[in-house]
Ligand binder design. Structure first.
Ligand SMILES: *Cc1c(COP(=O)(O)O)cnc(C)c1O
Length: 234
């Protein structure tokens, strides 16, 4: 399959927005659609914007910086959704509206320190490795309460909620179970009262399962290939 044209991306963006709106109405909660734009250049990002996308998510810091330099996200918000290496913290803090992938006290402290030095507060989500997969980053569900407690003590950050990428399973019942576990964690963590922690965002669901995720409590979904087409890794 070849790459999609910009007009195809624009139309697909509109269609995904409609699907998110329908699922959101069904669940009775507002849902934020984040277009995962990795491996798609600035003109493609602009095509999605023209289709109505107002949030973008990038995986790699270098790609984020390149597209920021090209004003690819103008008029939209941008999130970091991929793993953040400690030596890249300075390239990201204050330049994205939300870091969705914070997963350790060390990383949170570095983010907080950089933000405090800049005189800002950085919004973050805590990434949970709900399936306990070796290959994935994220805090384990068991370690999450302690991480939330530690995060509450760190100046310069504001924890807005949780993010997860569940194990990729063709059996949607299994995926639903992970979504439900996340919903429960989200509610449990939200019951704790800390100054700089509010559990308002639950980011889960991608192209294959975002409607299911919304039905199971997601209020932020990250959708890539349904908008931009399949990615070709070379
Ligand atoms: C690529 C990516 C997505 C979107 O994946 P699709 O299956 O293409 O929708 C969502 N979240 C993260 C963290 C990603 O890296």
């Amino acid at each position: 399959m070849g790459e999609l044209s910009v007009s195809e991306i624009r139309e697909r963006a509109k269609r995904v927005i409609e699907r998110v709106n329908e699922a959101s109405a069904g669940a009775g909660v507002p849902v934020t659609l984040v277009a995962a734009s990795k491996m798609n250049d600035a003109p493609r990002v602009r095509a999605a914007f023209e289709g109505g996308i107002r949030f973008f998510g990038e995986n790699r810091v270098q790609e984020l910086e390149e597209k920021l330099a090209e004003n690819a996200y103008d008029g939209a918000a941008v999130h970091l959704i991929g793993h953040l290496q400690k030596n890249k913290v300075k390239n990201v803090v204050g330049r994205v509206d939300l870091i969705e992938s914070a997963d350790s006290p060390e990383l949170l402290r570095l983010i907080g320190k950089r933000a405090a030095d800049m005189g800002i507060t950085q919004n973050v989500l805590l990434e949970v490795n709900i399936g306990g997969e070796e290959s994935k980053s994220g805090v384990s569900p068991e370690a999450l309460p302690e991480l939330v407690e530690q995060a509450a003590e760190i100046p310069g950050i504001f924890v807005r909620g949780l993010m997860t990428i569940p194990p990729n399973d063709i059996n949607k019942q299994i995926t639903c179970r992970y979504f439900e576990q996340m919903r429960k964690l989200f509610i449990d963590m939200g019951a704790k009262k800390y100054d700089n922690v509010t559990m308002s965002i639950l980011s889960m669901g991608m192209s294959a399962d975002f409607e299911l995720a919304i039905a199971h409590g997601a209020n932020m979904v990250r959708v890539g290939s349904a908008i931009f087409g399949e990615r070709h890794y070379t």
